[in-house]
Design a protein around this ligand. Structure first.
Ligand SMILES: [Zn+2]
Length: 280
């Protein structure tokens, strides 16, 4: 049993100068491949259930799947709710066995975001699990624009909410299909100068690999959320598997052919974060 909280994996990452992947899952095939990739590298992993995952599969099912996977490996596995938008979202995830709750109050005014995040952090900590909050707003490729995180607001948010991890907006954008953006490192330095809370980069797929590695090993950024890049790997593998044999119709057979690609993509993502092999 290696089920872990977000704090269990991010505090060692902060002290040891590496980061942990918050890998966006959409179903059994990807969460299993990601967990096997982490196990093969001896690295911790954060399995994330975001809004579209929850719209497809009920939270209690996802919680049981994450916990089952955690029991099957020796590396720490975090069962993480990504972008909970309400107290009820977070309560349901807690009840479903999740060990980390991300509350996204980033569309609210600062004071309201702080007040609501405090309630979630208290609920999480009362149950012995972790809470991630977001300050500033991380926008969406082709959609809502970002609002960069103000360092003073970040310091206040961290101090007043008691979150275990803080998602920041520093040039990162959700759903980016190209790794061309790059992050505002000066803003990251200004934020990490005023807080010791581990920092989180959402929209990690849009960050060049070299910058992920540099920040993972040389800043307080301890978690990168990676979704789009892994979903693209799965989509390409699925398309190839379907097209490879026009007569094949069995879903399990088709999905089996996506495993190797997903596993390899996840290994590439995780290994760029610089975590030491925990098995050594
Ligand atoms: Zn996000």
């Amino acid at each position: 049993m290696t089920l872990a909280t977000l704090s269990d994996v991010l505090q060692p990452a902060l002290r040891g100068n590496y980061a942990v992947g918050g890998l966006v899952t959409l179903g059994w095939e990807d969460m299993r491949a990601f967990t096997m990739a982490a196990e093969s590298l001896g690295a911790p992993v954060i399995l994330q259930a975001g809004p579209s995952c929850r719209a497809h599969t009920p939270l209690p099912v996802l919680g049981a799947m994450f916990r089952h996977l955690a029991e099957s490996v020796s590396v720490p596995v975090v069962a993480h709710l990504d972008h909970g938008y309400t107290y009820e979202d977070c309560q349901q995830a807690l009840d479903a066995g999740f060990t980390s709750l991300m509350f996204d109050g980033s569309r609210r005014p600062l004071a309201q975001n702080i007040d609501e995040t405090v309630r979630i952090a208290e609920m999480a900590h009362g149950a012995g699990i972790s809470c991630e909050g977001e300050i500033g707003f991380v926008g969406y490729s082709g959609g809502e624009g970002s609002a960069g995180t103000d360092p003073d607001e970040a310091a206040r948010f961290a101090r007043e909410t008691g979150v275990d991890a803080m998602a920041i907006s520093v040039g990162n954008v959700h759903l980016q299909q190209e790794r061309e953006g790059g992050l505002d490192e000066a803003r990251i330095r200004a934020i990490e100068a005023v807080t010791d809370v581990p920092l989180v980069i959402h929209g990690g797929s849009g960050v060049p690999l070299a910058q992920r590695r540099a920040l993972a090993t040389g800043s307080k950024v301890c978690k990168f959320n990676i979704g789009t890049e892994l979903r693209m790997a799965f989509g390409a593998a699925l398309r190839a598997a379907v097209n490879a044999d026009q007569a094949r119709f069995d879903r399990v057979q088709i999905l089996q052919d996506t495993h190797e690609s997903l596993f390899t993509a996840a290994c590439q993502v995780i290994s760029a974060f610089g975590a030491p092999d925990l098995r050594r």
